[in-house]
Write a new protein. Structure first.
Length: 81
């Protein structure tokens, strides 16, 4: 049963032109996923008001930093594809 299903999936992928992610693309997707989780966590802290106690982040804005890194990682993948 498993081999038949795998064969059907492979046939569908071939017909649809779908290719699994390359090892490099997979690493980029994993990194983007990790950054997305960090962004959601920081947003939750912002929404709850948990910061430095005075309502402000000290130093750089972590949301901006994570977004900039997300964009950088995403653009790097497009250039290498």
């Amino acid at each position: 049963m498993g081999r038949q299903r795998d064969g059907m999936i492979e046939d569908f992928q071939r017909q649809a032109g779908i290719q699994p992610a390359s090892p490099a693309q997979r690493q980029t997707l994993i990194r983007l996923s990790q950054l997305a989780v960090q962004l959601v966590q920081v947003i939750a802290l912002e929404e709850s008001g948990i910061r430095d106690g005075d309502g402000y982040w000290s130093g750089c804005d972590p949301i901006d930093a994570i977004i900039a890194t997300l964009v950088e990682v995403g653009h790097g993948e497009r250039r290498s594809s």
